[in-house]
Ligand binder design. Sequence first.
Ligand code: RNT
Ligand code: ZN
Length: 427
Amino acid sequence: MAKSKTVEQAYKLARAQYAAIGVDTDAALAKLRGVPISLHCWQGDDVGGFEKFGTELGGGLAATGNYPGKARTPAELRADAEQAFALIPGKHRFNLHAFYGEFGGKPVDRNEIGPEHFAGWIDWAKKLGIGLDFNPTFFSHPKAASNFTLSNADEGIRGFWVEHGIACRKIAAAMGKALDNTCVTNVWIPDGMKDTPIDRVGPRERLTQSLDAMFKVKVNPAKGKKPYTLDSVEGKLFGIGCESYTVGSHEYYLGYAVAKKTLFTLDTGHYHPTETITDKISSVFQFMPEILLHVSRGVRWDSDHVVVLSNELEEIGQELVRGDFLERTHIGLDYFDASINRVAAWVIGTRNMLKSLLKALVEPTQTLRTAENGGDYTTRLALLEECRTLPLGALWDFYCEQQGVPVGAEWLLAVKKYEQGVLATRK
Ligand code: RNT
Ligand code: ZN
């Protein structure tokens, strides 16, 4: 029997099983089709970027491993990303860091970058019909060597980074305008200290001033019109070499985002090892219209392992669906693993994110809600546990087939072929 026939038959059986508990799987797949995931450019080259300053990866970030074949040029990175997109069902986005501009081999400093350095990326996104997202790069630069950027005590250095932030917001606006697709600009800075500071206040006051200066520059059309770009701020617990104090902590940015009406980024790898973001989602949504997710996986000291379909990821999917937050959430991935095929790393993480959403979309949410509201917690627990073993795989395979991407582990064959034909030639 042809593969597609089996996939279709399995889907029909699964559809009937879900229908029996009141779930419309066709509607769930249609909904999933409308959820874009932003693939992070930095998985493609171990957060290297295309500048010519010769600065190593800084900011307390580390990409370990030396799997051969990483992208060395924008053209290679685009080709790799296209290969990943071809193996992921649905239409997605691409998330760029500022130091991935095309600088023509010239040293263009961070405060001098402009939309012209991203024209190639914009053309590419247009060609693929996808949206772009953006990030100022506040690390891997001589002026970030002290691990203080926007909160630096030196006014000149602080000013330099404010200029970088403004330049980036203008680039993001140009992207959003050219693509008619709002570009989310995420601000993450590495600022902090290895050892306990005596002044926790000064850097935070300076950070607030810098952010205010960055965000006061208007880059969007008049209120009421679709924005070209949306600003978001991302906190963190600690970084390597920055274990005792992080200026832009969770509480700092949550407060800033609410007070100044920016978006807020929740990165799944940025909390204490046993702390998850599941319970934070509905909490922060009480006070802000939209959030950005950085979906990652923390493992011991590292906050950036490839996303797997863990309980935590499933819970995130459930929160987004149950709370009806999908339209208010920008979902991006954020990890970097240099020890495995980098295209595969994108594909694995994105497919897992989508699976977690699909699993949540085919939950009998209304029945569960009714049970809970009626105090019938027995039914709630019983149904949730039964749902765990429903044939999600049959729905997923059908969705992949419907969207014209490989079913099951077949995508890996394409990656292996690409590795042999393309990645292996990058010596
Ligand atoms: C760092 C933050 C940040 C970065 C990227 C490269 O801990 O998560 O989002 O991973 O900007
Ligand atoms: Zn992040």
